[in-house]
Design a protein around this ligand. Sequence first.
Ligand SMILES: Cc1cc2nc3c(=O)[nH]c(=O)nc-3n(C[C@H](O)[C@H](O)[C@H](O)COP(=O)(O)OP(=O)(O)OC[C@H]3O[C@@H](n4cnc5c(N)ncnc54)[C@H](O)[C@@H]3O)c2cc1C
Length: 417
Amino acid sequence: MKNITEVKDLCTGCGTCAGLCPQNIIKMEIDQKKGTYVPIIKGECNECMICIKVCPGIAVNFEELNEFVFQEKPKDIILGTYKNIYVGHSLNEKLRSESSSGGVVLQLLLSLLDGKIIDGALVTRMSKNDPLKPEAFIATTKDELIDAIGSKYCPVPANVALNEILNSNFKKFAVVGLPCHIHGLRKAERLKKELKEKIVLHIGLFCSYGITFLATQYLLYKLGIAEEEVKEMVYRTGDFPPGYMIIKCMNGSTKKVSHVKFWNLVFNHLIFCSSKRCMACRDQTCELADISIGSGWFPYLQYNLKNHSLIITRSEFADRMIKRLNGSEMKMLRVEGKNGLKRLQEMEKFKRDFLKPNTGILKLFGNKVPSYGVSSSKEKRISTGMYVWSLVRYIKTELSTKKYLWPIFKFFQNLDK
Ligand SMILES: Cc1cc2nc3c(=O)[nH]c(=O)nc-3n(C[C@H](O)[C@H](O)[C@H](O)COP(=O)(O)OP(=O)(O)OC[C@H]3O[C@@H](n4cnc5c(N)ncnc54)[C@H](O)[C@@H]3O)c2cc1C
């Protein structure tokens, strides 16, 4: 490969190439058909190959990167390196309710900024001018951090903002990202020492699969709301898990859609609004982050209990930073060792087990797949049923891009049921 545009369907849309390009000529633009961000070269490329070297779409060598990040082989073959597993939530009721899980990401960032442990953080908010577009930026104040609260269930090229970190006079940053963002960032840090020195905490979000813009577009289509009519989009908020979305329109009306209904519509229905590259991902809990945070999906937390976050600390520093919050800003419950670990392993293993059938199906249809530098040796035997499941997912992913079929699909599901 000569440059990043040749990565094509392997691209995760993370933006690392654009953030690291020394000539600053790579821009992330939306591919309307796929509903994802893709890199475009705008200028004369000198083929330095940095974009290819940092691209997590092509390859993520987990063994080497684990060694680079933690100086050791993963403690757990499924979950990666970890120190402790916790369940917790912010003690600020407003933040807890407005966040997507327990508000732990925000609470942690606020505490780091307040304690001058960081000068700023790379976070993502929805654009004020273009409410359906995400905007990754460096937040340096409490208000800016709060502005970025909540999960954005759309593609986010967050690592574009890495060049701001590189060019900033500030010295210490935290970064929040999905597994693909953190993969790209770790590859970039191996190449650029100053990036490694400046980023003191990598906060990774759990991710089963990324979601394309087609999901939002299909939902709006189903609701009969034109995209230009949307004034504000909040993807996931509310007191009780898993919460709901809020769509505020220019005419003053507001629509609430439960997260479960949104999820069913864009994943469990006739279409699967994710990318082919996400089908080939093996990392749900963000193995290369210093701290990984997800929703409180443990069964004992799910019945009528308010939002909680699941927390895996992977480095001593991250563990200290979380313990620092305990009591004053965050209520933390230590997960009973083995049960919590087992539950998380099962979750991650589900994704790992499907890697082989998923990549098999992708290859069958002529798609390239990423290389991970590790064998998935602990996989269980792959049954025919799993291949069928992967095939169905592949077909549904393809169908999600066929907008001309949406008028037909639309009749098969009633959002109010
Ligand atoms: C696409 C996607 C898929 C997910 N899948 C799962 C899953 O399968 N299982 C699970 O347990 N959890 C999943 N999560 C994580 C979950 O939704 C919460 O983000 C996480 O639990 C943290 O919640 P919180 O209340 O502590 O975060 P908050 O305090 O609300 O803070 C969220 C932080 O995440 C950042 N952020 C939000 N969206 C994005 C994004 N798309 N890319 C980069 N940064 C972002 C914001 O800038 C903010 O700093 C997913 C999140 C996303 C965006």
